[in-house]
Design a protein around this ligand. Structure first.
Ligand code: SAH
Ligand code: SF4
Ligand code: F3S
Length: 456
């Protein structure tokens, strides 16, 4: 029997508060940091004031995202001096990787800086800090070591919700000219299939019903299959769907270049694979796509979406867009609007281009003025908003399978997800979180649906 918490540490357990910025991979990493620390007797807290250790798990993708970290560090500094407490402050994630020591120079309140590939060393980093009291900075990129260590079975059970993330691939070798990810996350790395299957089984045993496979380039995942074959993501999804008790699979984020036939076919034949695909295109102009180093044309993307829809006609398409990339003209932007009209999206994320230090596009002379970016973003978002509204509108009157995930604000209300990733509000009757129920959709809003349960 493992010792209980009381046996190992008679004092109250240390508390850690983790704040997560950025993408779902950071959400996954924050959960794993919590696990690593729980092995050390830490418990997580939602109240920053009572934390002994505060971790900001940061994002460097756009300037705004990175700057948020420094304003939060200012707040923490005031909190720490007001309370006079010995609160340790750590900066993790992509800003940590990109800025390293610079963070401690700008914000001396910081005790630990560690990148996305070294958080498994957290106990050791805390010890090192404890010995000298000096700031500890760890920004190597040993991704395979991280997963080796994280794959060791947890000695304490970890509570999970109904839907969980599972990182299968990390890093990126694509070097789009606007993007920091290849520098903050390092080279592309795929976790072995057997480890992924084992982690998925563990999640399902802990009550998880839906797993979203994560990777900066998730569909570039590849590995040794179980029967001596090389696997790509389509194979892996099919193997995962054999797990009893697992009801739904998703994956994100995909690059158009890595959408192979195996994966497209899986959308047609694998009933657990949900009909939703986030497939960022960034721009509809071939000139800009080339300057971005995306390595496909607008026509190739549209043709690809056509093949995906042939396999799964009702699939909800999603994308990311950047407006105001250096050199983007009115004609280039018009090409993006045209592409959106041709594809039609159920959901999308769009951003003004933000020059990032160290990326090739940031030093281009032809930067687009801020007011032009603002106007283009508004125009694009209006069109994407209309498309999202009509996708939702078309669900009215349909009966959708909804996986119930969490309680709503009102008494008896539960919130779940449709196959198309829409939030659905229902009065749940006897049904409980973790059930999948059939819901007749009655009303639709821009971001959610409501309905009532019908017999299966
Ligand atoms: N791996 C994914 C994207 C990861 S970053 C892909 O290849 O599509 C998430 C999104 O942030 C990107 O799709 C892009 O739209 C946006 N983004 C990345 N760098 C940006 C920058 N410098 N300025 C504005 N948006 C950016
Ligand atoms: Fe960034 Fe491009 Fe890699 Fe996506 S594919 S993470 S946008 S470099
Ligand atoms: Fe941000 Fe790093 Fe994710 S830069 S988007 S947290 S990979």
């Amino acid at each position: 029997m493992p010792p209980t918490l009381q046996e190992t540490s008679p004092a109250a357990p240390s508390k850690v508060f983790i704040k997560t910025y950025g993408c779902q991979m950071n959400v996954y990493d924050s959960e794993r940091m919590g696990e690593v620390l729980s092995e050390r007797g830490y418990v997580t807290t939602q109240a920053v004031e009572e934390a002994d250790l505060v971790i900001l798990n940061t994002c460097h993708i756009r300037e705004k995202a990175a700057e948020k970290v420094y304003s939060e560090l200012g707040r923490l500094r005031r909190l720490k001096s007001r309370g006079g407490r010995d609160m340790k402050i750590a900066v993790a994630g992509c800003v940590a990787q990109a800025e390293g020591e610079e963070i401690v120079r700008r914000a001396p309140v910081v005790d630990l800086v560690f990148g996305p590939q070294t958080y498994h060393r957290l106990p050791d980093l805390l010890d090192r800090h404890g010995e000298t009291g000096a700031a500890v900075i760890e920004t190597e990129l040993p991704v395979d070591e991280k997963f080796e260590i994280l794959d060791a079975p947890a000695t304490k059970p970890v509570r999970r919700g109904v839907a969980a993330f599972l990182t299968v691939q990390e890093g990126c070798d694509k070097f789009c000219t606007f993007c920091v990810v290849p520098y903050t996350r390092g080279a592309e790395f795929s976790r072995p299939a057997d480890r992924i299957l084992a982690e998925a089984r563990k999640l399902v045993d802990a009550g998880v019903r839906e797993i979203t496979l994560l990777g900066q380039n998730v569909n570039a995942w590849h590995g040794d299959g179980l029967a001596g074959h090389d696997w790509t993501l389509g194979h892996l999804l099919n193997a995962l769907s054999d797990i009893d008790g697992l009801e739904r699979l998703r994956y994100t984020t995909s690059h158009p270049r890595d959408m192979d036939n195996e994966l497209i076919t899986a959308h047609g034949v694998n009933p657990k694979l949900m009909p939703y695909l986030h497939l960022p295109v960034q721009s509809g102009s071939d000139r800009i796509l080339k300057a971005m180093n995306r390595k496909h044309t607008a026509a190739e993307y549209i043709e690809l979406v056509g093949r995906i829809r042939d396999a799964r006609p009702d699939i909800a398409m999603s994308s990311d867009f950047i407006v105001g990339f250096p050199g983007e003209t009115d004609a280039d932007f018009a090409a993006t609007m045209d592409l959106v009209r041709q594809v039609t999206y159920a959901q999308a994320f769009s951003f003004k281009y933000s020059p990032r230090p160290g990326t090739p596009a940031s030093t281009e002379a032809s930067q687009v003025p801020e007011e032009v970016k603002t106007a283009r973003l508004a125009e694009l978002q209006a069109l994407l908003g209309e498309q999202q509204a009509s996708f939702n509108e078309a669900c009215k009157g349909r009966v959708l399978d909804v996986l119930l995930e969490k309680p709503g604000r009102q008494e008896g209300q539960l919130i779940g997800r449709s196959p198309y990733l829409q939030s659905v509000f229902i009065n749940a009757g006897d049904h409980a979180i973790g059930d999948t129920v059939k819901v007749a959709i009655e009303t639709v809003g821009p971001n959610s649906l409501t309905g009532h349960m019908v017999e299966a």
